[in-house]
Design a protein around this ligand. Sequence first.
Ligand SMILES: NC(=O)c1ccc[n+]([C@@H]2O[C@H](COP(=O)([O-])OP(=O)(O)OC[C@H]3O[C@@H](n4cnc5c(N)ncnc54)[C@H](O)[C@@H]3O)[C@@H](O)[C@H]2O)c1
Length: 259
Amino acid sequence: MSVDLRGRTCVVTGSAKSIGLGIAEMYLALGAKVAMIDIDPAVEAEAERLAKTGASVRSYVLDITDQKAVKACFGDIAVKLGDVFALANVAGAVDQQAFAEITPERLDRMHRINVNGSVWCAQAALETMRKYGDGRIINFSSKSGKTGSAIMAAYSGAKGAIIAMTQAMGFELAKDNIKVNCLCPGIVEKTGVWGVVSKGYSENLKMEEEAVVKQFTAKVPLGRLCRIDDVVAFVKFLTLDGDYCTGQAFNVTGGREMH
Ligand SMILES: NC(=O)c1ccc[n+]([C@@H]2O[C@H](COP(=O)([O-])OP(=O)(O)OC[C@H]3O[C@@H](n4cnc5c(N)ncnc54)[C@H](O)[C@@H]3O)[C@@H](O)[C@H]2O)c1
């Protein structure tokens, strides 16, 4: 049976724009109380805009790599909005460089934001999710976490770690009835990650963006890039109807990735 999200608290990291913002809007449309987290203060204006519809939404400007600040933020969310039912761990960052040029700082940054940040948010959410006796954690990996991408070894490694971590969490948190899954999207148009990746490939391959898109979509059986709505729809399914799914890494790639 579908979960009724009305009155339940959902937290979305990385929700100042793109995929995270789309997920926050979807949760609000289903009547949830939503905490929007982002390091970018633009998250405040987005939450204000959404609050005008009468929705119960709060914004938090937060660096998810700061474990102490994350814990304090989720403490405030519990007080102001209630125990957390769903956490969409969307905040992430991408980087591109030749493998030989990866520096300790850039490798560390990929792990700190994509992996550590997701761990701190999940730990903090668990404090109230466990009390709830039910819950959903949706981590964000990538197609690159399953099949690594050229000039993106640091990012691919971090996203691969998220898949293994999701499996470990799925095993460990099942006893609390908390389901943990991750999504592995392909290239999602109109997002920050695609902005960085397309620019990098255009420069590296000396191609116009249109040609880069053509090159990417040629390898996608369904013949187009992923849309934000494709990813949002999957998060909606996992939150409302994914009661028998845990520890999975779901591809949303138009068939580009099949394992
Ligand atoms: N867009 C794609 O093509 C694609 C493909 C596969 C996977 N993904 C993953 O999906 C997620 C969302 O991607 P997107 O393209 O929407 O990203 P985006 O760059 O458009 O948005 C990411 C958001 O995360 C926030 N953020 C970054 N570091 C943060 C930090 N330390 N603390 C708090 N917030 C922080 C940014 O400010 C930004 O608003 C990411 O985890 C990404 O790796 C994206």
